[in-house]
Design a protein around this ligand. Structure first.
Ligand code: COA
Length: 201
């Protein structure tokens, strides 16, 4: 899979040497349940997840360039809610000791760009559970548009039934083609750096 470099991060394929870093954040009960999956009970579970991440090729390890350690993951997978559309959906996790440093936002902006510019997708979706205010903030900072809330969308591993708050960015929005109120210079900027459309902040 293609490596994506940002100012502080390297998004790359997974390696066997990442097992300790994956297990470190994957066993934390504040990570998996917020994203829908069960914390890893032991290293063997982490190893089997690592095998699957290595074979699927649609999930990047997020490496901190400064330390060369993996601090999380980000995926761009088929959005099954959107049938025949060339639509993808983003998911992410960051190790707790790294929260609040802007890493999820930096990685998400880079993957959105990759989705439209390299994969030529038509729409990129993202969603969070109603209680997940950190993820909501990341999504807002990346310029996604709120679509609605899918009620009773998901039964989590622990049996809890959760709603999903859904957002997306369309290709036209990414490239500014939906806007006739802005200059070409403004249109050429990444969508999240543009002046928002009237009535939207
Ligand atoms: C959600 C998650 C990926 C965010 O990662 P992160 O690297 O901390 O995100 P960022 O630093 O880019 O942005 C976090 C934002 O949330 C804000 N925030 C933190 N706690 C918050 C709260 N309780 N309410 C509202 N905003 C909050 C931060 O201040 C920051 O916004 P700011 O830059 O405007 O100050 C990370 O918390 C995580 O892995 N959580 C567990 C798994 C998960 O929820 N995955 C996503 C499933 S949808």
């Amino acid at each position: 899979m293609r490596v994506i470099e940002t100012e502080r991060l390297k998004l790359r394929g997974w390696k066997f040497g990442d097992l300790d870093d994956l297990y470190h954040y994957g066993k934390n009960p504040r990570i998996g349940p917020a994203a829908g999956w069960q914390p890893y009970a032991n290293k063997a579970v982490a190893l089997s997840v690592l095998h699957s991440l290595m074979s699927r090729g649609e999930n990047w390890a997020i490496e901190l360039r400064e330390t060369e350690r993996v601090i999380g993951s980000i995926s761009l997978t088929t959005d099954l809610k959107r049938g025949e559309m060339n639509a993808k959906i983003i998911g992410y996790n960051i190790a707790e000791e790294q929260w609040g440093n802007g890493y999820a936002t930096e990685a998400t902006k880079a993957v959105v760009r990759y989705g439209f510019e390299v994969m030529d997708v038509s729409v990129i979706a993202i969603s969070h559970y109603p209680f997940n205010m950190r993820s909501k903030r990341v999504i807002e900072k990346c310029g996604f548009t709120y679509e609605g809330t899918l009620r009773h969308a998901f039964r989590r591993f622990d049996g809890e039934v959760l709603d999903l708050v859904c957002y997306s960015i369309l290709r036209e929005e990414f490239y500014g083609q939906d806007r006739d109120d802005i200059t070409d210079e403004e249109r050429a900027k990444p969508h999240y750096e543009r002046t928002p459309p009237p009535g939207q902040s």
